[in-house]
Design a protein around this ligand. Structure first.
Ligand SMILES: NC(=O)c1ccc[n+]([C@@H]2O[C@H](COP(=O)([O-])OP(=O)(O)OC[C@H]3O[C@@H](n4cnc5c(N)ncnc54)[C@H](O)[C@@H]3O)[C@@H](O)[C@H]2O)c1
Length: 342
């Protein structure tokens, strides 16, 4: 039985970790191969006969790919976002998409916190200037008091909740959120959060932090029109997916002073283009898509990947929480979906 890691050089998982996963797979009689494919054609050509494919990043697992690989039954993402996989096509074709929901929620919230506080306190700007031999004492943006600000969370799932807790419990910052899909019983646990409309969130927030997946509904939702409605002193933080922000509109908004700062772990095209104007802006903090990077998340990530598919192959059981295309739960797949986590 053959399984293939599609993008071994993506950078989110080390060679040693891949070897650990290969050994775990071998115990269940699965031969795990490491490849680096970037196009649909390469995936189709290279994955014939594989029962499972694994994406450490976001390889294109499109309808065309899924239709061309009839033996493929299991698709494992090493993370949360499944925006590069056609979930509807996978469900229709009886293929199970697996992810690791919430595995790095604390790390994403910690990174968002670092970016928010870094921008408020001008830390990256001061560091850059000091290293250049300058000493811009008590200059640049006058830091507002974070305790008096309003934090708006776009998406209040695992990461949004962690970030809300940090700012509410740590600073007493006002927290508002927009998440129309959050069950009422979850909302009820967060009495300190005002759940508001999208329009209210963008108008009231001093800081907006994005914590939704990339979908047709969220793509480019932060447009010129939205930036125009935000406060001129506002900050936007994106540790979710680059495509949620229209990057050209963001550049425009920062250049025009429609908003003041941005902290971005993800951009539309990664790595960022060397001539991207964001690279020259002092009021922008960038990081190379490492929101999940952290000891705790790493342990959960590798353990889960070592166990999920080997358990599915040897016992036929798959935990419901790790199934990303929930529509498949109603279908006859030959696997038994169980409530408890592996
Ligand atoms: N930077 C990184 O390295 C990194 C790592 C992991 C995940 N991520 C991204 O972070 C995102 C958030 O992670 P999470 O663990 O909090 O996910 P999550 O699934 O726990 O939370 C997502 C929340 O978004 C809400 N939502 C969905 N569509 C929405 C919409 N149109 N408007 C408002 N809310 C909507 C959902 O109801 C849910 O509560 C992931 O979807 C993923 O794309 C980034």
């Amino acid at each position: 039985m053959k399984a293939i890691v599609l993008d071994k050089d993506y950078g989110s998982v080390t060679e040693r970790e891949l070897e650990e996963i290969k050994n775990a797979y071998a115990l269940s009689g699965i031969d795990l191969e490491f490849r680096h494919y970037t196009s649909e054609e390469e995936i189709i050509e290279g994955c014939k006969g594989a029962v499972a494919v694994l994406g450490t990043g976001n390889p294109p697992i499109t309808r065309k790919v899924l239709e061309a690989l009839p033996e493929l039954k299991l698709i494992q993402r090493f993370g949360v976002g499944v925006n590069s996989i056609d979930l509807d096509a996978a469900t229709k074709l009886g293929k199970i998409v697996l992810n690791i929901p919430g595995f790095c929620a604390k790390e994403l919230a910690d990174l968002a916190t670092a970016m928010i506080m870094g921008l408020i306190r001008n830390t990256v700007y001061y560091d850059r200037e000091t290293r250049k031999g300058n000493w811009p004492k008590c200059s640049y943006f006058l830091p507002p008091d974070v305790r008096t600000l309003t934090l708006g969370l776009y998406g209040f799932g695992a990461a949004g909740q962690q970030l809300g807790n940090i700012f509410h419990n740590g600073f007493g910052t006002k927290v508002i959120a927009y998440d129309p899909y959050l069950p009422e019983k979850v909302k009820a646990k967060y009495a300190y959060v005002d759940f508001v409309s999208f329009d209210e969130m963008i108008v009231r927030s001093d800081i907006i932090s994005i914590h939704v997946g990339l979908s047709a509904e969220t793509k480019h939702i932060f447009s010129r029109d939205v930036f125009k409605k935000m406060k001129k002193t506002a900050m936007i933080i994106n540790t979710a997916r680059g495509g949620i922000i229209d990057q050209e509109a963001l550049t425009w908004a920062l250049e025009q002073g429609e908003i003041r700062y941005a902290g971005l772990d993800t951009v539309e095209k990664e790595p960022i283009e060397p001539d991207d104007p964001l690279l020259k802006m002092d009021n922008v903090i960038l990081s190379p898509h490492c929101g999940s990077y952290g000891e705790g998340a790493k342990k959960i990530q590798i353990k889960t990947v070592c166990e999920l598919i080997p358990t599915a192959i040897s016992t036929g059981e798959i935990p419901v929480r790790n199934v990303a295309n929930k529509g498949i739960l109603e279908m006859e797949t030959g696997y038994k979906f169980v409530q408890e986590a592996v």
